[in-house]
Write a protein that binds this ligand. Structure first.
Ligand code: XP7
Length: 313
């Protein structure tokens, strides 16, 4: 993946290789270089034989793709090739923490990675799996390439700005603030609203790759930008999707899920609401998370069945 040219003389990169924010040289890690020249940390879960399909995993704001290990392992057992990267400004990728010049950078980088992996696996169906902000990225990625993706799994995607974090007044205030103090913090995410599972909240609080600093005004603006782009993209969306949502989610309101179900043109769309569940459904109470894994497993299996083995009921 490293396209660096071998020069005849010593290149400065040799003595000072690019390093992750955690100071690990990228040459020791799977990575790609995006269109802005930023290094992104990548993960690959490859089945032994020929994969049945490809799945790109798109993580949420402040987190990183290492948190999808269990979901990736489950999909790997279905003979799918799972791949992911840490979005710019996240985890082991470059970029100022939780900053992006434009939300489209996230979408563009996903398309670059998808194109890269598809070069080695032409003709295989490609799926997207996205959570929260990563869900908004997945929706915009699918909307940019109508009929390219075979399906999309969305876990509490960002579709509408939560009424708590974005009242009309707060949105207006953010737009004004963005002009005068774009780096001001809007305050950190209250980790207790992530999940009802105390162990998962503790893991979130102690993960060194998670950025728990307050969300900056300029990043909030990009999230609002994403929300309005998603809203416009929905009526054109045709990709089959499975949508999982907690009814007590205070970070991404369940109204977003209903809006997605109502506005998307997709004929194959499924919504499952988890009564009382919080935001991170794949790291919720065991009864929720077990069901989330089962639903994803069944949904993806039915849509990656070998052609000729009979169509699903
Ligand atoms: C806004 C603003 C908006 C994990 C994630 C983290 C939740 C949400 C979190 C804030 C200000 C406009 C750990 C917060 C954006 C989406 C979590 C804030 C993912 N999952 N969120 O495992 O991605 O939204 F001005 Cl829209």
């Amino acid at each position: 993946m490293d396209a660096g040219l071998e020069g005849p003389s010593r290149m400065p990169e040799e003595s000072s290789p690019r390093r992750t924010p955690q100071n690990v040289p990228y040459q020791d890690l799977p990575h790609l270089v995006n269109a802005d020249g930023q290094y992104l940390f990548c993960r690959y879960w490859k089945p032994v034989g020929t994969p049945k399909a490809l799945v790109f995993v798109s993580h949420g704001a402040g987190e990183h793709c290492g948190r999808y290990e269990d979901l990736a392992q489950m999909l790997l057992r279905l003979d799918l090739l799972v791949f992911a990267h840490d979005h710019v400004g996240h985890g082991q990728s470059e970029g100022e923490r939780m900053m992006v010049s434009d939300f489209q950078v996230f979408v563009r980088d996903v398309l670059q990675h998808v194109d890269l992996v598809q070069k080695d696996h032409p003709r295989l169906p490609v799926f997207l799996l996205g959570h929260s902000m990563g869900g908004a990225i997945a929706i915009l990625t699918a909307a940019e390439r109508p009929s390219h993706f075979s399906g999309m799994v969305l876990i509490s995607p960002l579709v509408v700005a939560s009424p708590e974090s974005a009242t009309t007044f707060k949105i207006l205030a953010a737009k004004v603030l963005n002009l005068v103090m774009p780096n001001m913090s809007l305050g950190p995410i209250d980790s207790s609203v992530i999940s009802r599972n105390k162990t998962e909240v503790e893991l979130y609080n102690s993960d060194p790759l998670i950025c728990r600093a307050g969300l900056k005004v300029c990043f909030g603006i990009q999230l609002l930008n994403a929300v309005s782009r998603v809203e416009r993209a929905l009526p054109k969306l045709t990709v089959p999707f499975l949508l999982l949502q907690g009814s007590a989610d205070r970070l991404c309101d369940s109204r977003g899920a209903y809006q997605l179900m109502g506005s998307a043109r997709s004929l194959d769309k499924t919504l499952k609401i988890y009564e009382g569940a919080y935001h991170v459904l794949h790291k919720e109470l065991p009864e929720v998370t077990d069901s989330v894994f089962q639903e994803i497993n069944t949904w993806v299996s039915q849509r990656t069945a070998q052609a000729g083995a009979g169509s699903p009921p």
